[in-house]
Design a binder for this molecule. Structure first.
Ligand code: OAD
Length: 257
């Protein structure tokens, strides 16, 4: 252990790593004010995912689903990235290849400055046609008649709902990043929703050092090489600081990736 409480094994691994993945879930945005889905105050404790986040739910009551997404879109447009997002963005300069794989749809990694981001579950700021997939960039007002695409299809948020396939290219890129990662961070996710939950297992099987950052243990914790318990907005900036000061102090100083 070093003075800041991070295991030497982690700092040493970081020092040698060239390919790093940060896989994030709702917990990384909790400190920005975006509610998580599970756990204390979780959205799915009071709302039903099959009503609000499924194709059947949308077909039954598109108005209700749109009201909910419009509410979340408003909320997400008002929040800012937090120190956890910024630390991940800053880690980028230390590794030749750093990939962010996120289940979040809030765009906060992009706004924090990360450049290689794989959004597994889409992006709430976009709309698309249900049938032909064409992007639709006008605002939706759930209180008015819902607009339709030129092809006749309904307009929906460009997010992934339960029971739907993830975007194929994004998912493939995420598995490739996991397979080649030397260090894989799982941050702020309950690690129960597939296929995202398989990524750290794939990485570990291929020899990656697995680090979990979470307020509480998850099904992934027994598999992780290091479990850092606490808030990502606290832990990740401290880890970055520790890592950077160690690099500066090393003979030859900062290495260029
Ligand atoms: P969850 O809400 O399931 O889990 C959030 C995790 O973040 C929990 O394990 C918390 O303990 C942890 N957490 C909360 N605050 C934290 C903090 N400040 N620092 C670190 N950890 C913290 O969110 P996801 O795992 O992202 O899918 O959920 C996965 C998917 O389920 C979502 O993408 C969404 C949802 O239904 C779809 O809508 C398709």
């Amino acid at each position: 252990m070093d003075m800041d409480g991070f295991p030497d094994s982690l700092i040493n691994r970081l020092d040698r790593a060239r390919r790093v993945v940060f896989a994030t879930g709702a917990g990384i945005s909790a400190e920005s004010g975006v509610p998580t889905f599970r756990g204390e105050g979780g959205i799915w404790n009071k709302m039903r995912p099959e009503e609000l986040a499924s194709v059947d739910g949308f077909m039954r009551n598109p108005q209700l689903v749109w009201e909910w997404y419009q509410h979340r879109r408003d909320l997400m447009s008002r929040v800012e990235p937090n120190p956890g997002h910024f630390a991940i963005a800053a880690f980028e300069q230390h590794f030749p290849e750093l990939t962010v794989i996120t289940q979040n749809i809030d765009g906060l990694h992009r706004r924090a400055g990360s450049s290689r981001i794989l959004e597994l579950h889409g992006d709430i700021s976009r709309n698309k046609c249900f049938d032909c997939g064409r992007l639709y960039d006008k605002e939706i007002n759930p209180d008015e008649d819902l607009p339709r695409c030129g092809c006749g299809g309904m307009i929906r948020p460009d997010v992934v709902w339960f029971g739907e396939m993830l975007p194929h290219d994004v998912l493939q890129a995420a598995f490739e990043a996991a397979e080649t990662a030397e260090i894989f961070f799982s941050v702020g996710t309950s690690a129960v929703v597939q296929p995202a939950a398989s990524l750290p297992l794939v990485a570990a099987r291929r020899g990656a050092f697995l680090v979990e950052v979470n307020l509480e243990p998850t099904p992934l914790t027994p598999v992780a090489d290091v479990f850092l318990q606490g808030k990502s907005g606290d832990i990740l900036p401290r880890l970055l600081k520790q890592f950077e000061s160690r690099r500066k102090a090393a003979p030859g100083g900062e290495k260029t990736p």
